[in-house]
Design a protein around this ligand. Structure first.
Ligand SMILES: CC(C)(COP(=O)(O)OP(=O)(O)OC[C@H]1O[C@@H](n2cnc3c(N)ncnc32)[C@H](O)[C@@H]1OP(=O)(O)O)[C@@H](O)C(=O)NCCC(=O)NCCS
Length: 208
């Protein structure tokens, strides 16, 4: 069972989810982070000391931090997709969003800056949220405060609340499959090579 891979703090967070789908997404993300980072760090999954702290409250949530300096990670979940990014190229942010049921005027207003066009606004969304997860700010900064390139062009951060952030940011489009958009952001990375792996079989083997 994947649940057995969670530490007591994660078990507590898991128990707090009311909806089964949210509980399942959290469980898969937290256990996959342990399996993948453990394999890279040479530590058994359950012994990887993943910490999460929040600057606004004392609950153990927020950006996940790995126990080995230089290794960075990020996690995202939406619909039936979970994305876990891990690497040594600088701070990472990953975001995946389901496209369906995401197309309403209110959401567009939350995502797009004045000079951004609304076609495929979910691509704008994942590009921006990936950046704000890499900085660790998340939605404490409004998505409309930053601007990214149009969906049919190479992903890049064009404008941000920190003037130097665009030059420090590398974006890569990920391929989560039909009906989803996903993006990875890396900060201060001299070069970024992305290898995307499907964890379905790994999780099935781990969960048995
Ligand atoms: C980061 C954030 C945009 C993610 O939004 P979301 O809709 O939950 O989207 P995702 O599924 O893509 O990401 C969730 C993951 O983001 C990560 N995350 C949470 N806060 C983060 C932050 N500040 N920076 C980077 N990553 C963060 C966690 O790994 C989380 O996974 P988990 O819930 O399984 O532990 C959102 O949580 C946020 O804006 N957080 C900052 C504000 C905040 O936490 N306020 C509450 C204060 S009590």
């Amino acid at each position: 069972m994947l649940t057995a891979l969670l530490d007591p703090i994660e078990q507590g967070r898991r128990a707090g989810y009311r909806r089964e789908a949210d509980r399942a997404r959290f469980t898969v993300a937290a256990s996959l982070l342990r399996v993948v980072s453990g394999a890279h760090l040479g530590i058994e999954p359950l012994r990887v000391a993943v910490t999460r702290s929040c600057p606004d409250c004392d609950r153990p949530h927020g950006r996940p931090v790995l126990p080995v300096a230089g290794w960075e990670c990020s996690v995202s979940h939406s619909g039936d997709r979970v994305a876990v990014a891990i690497g040594r190229t600088g701070a990472l942010g990953v975001d995946v969003e389901e496209v369906s049921q995401r197309d309403d005027a209110g959401l567009r207003e939350m995502v797009l800056a004045a000079d951004e066009r609304g076609d495929d606004f979910v691509t704008y969304w994942v590009r921006k949220e990936a950046v704000l997860k890499a900085t660790g700010e998340g939605l404490r900064v409004s998505l409309t405060e930053i601007a990214v390139t149009a969906p049919d062009t190479e992903p890049a951060l064009v404008r941000a609340h920190h003037p130097d952030l665009p030059s420090r940011t590398t974006l890569r489009t990920l391929t989560p499959g039909n009906g989803y958009r996903a993006c990875l952001a890396a900060l201060d990375a001299p070069s970024v090579t992305v290898t995307e792996l499907d964890a379905t079989e790994l999780l099935a083997a781990t969960g048995r």
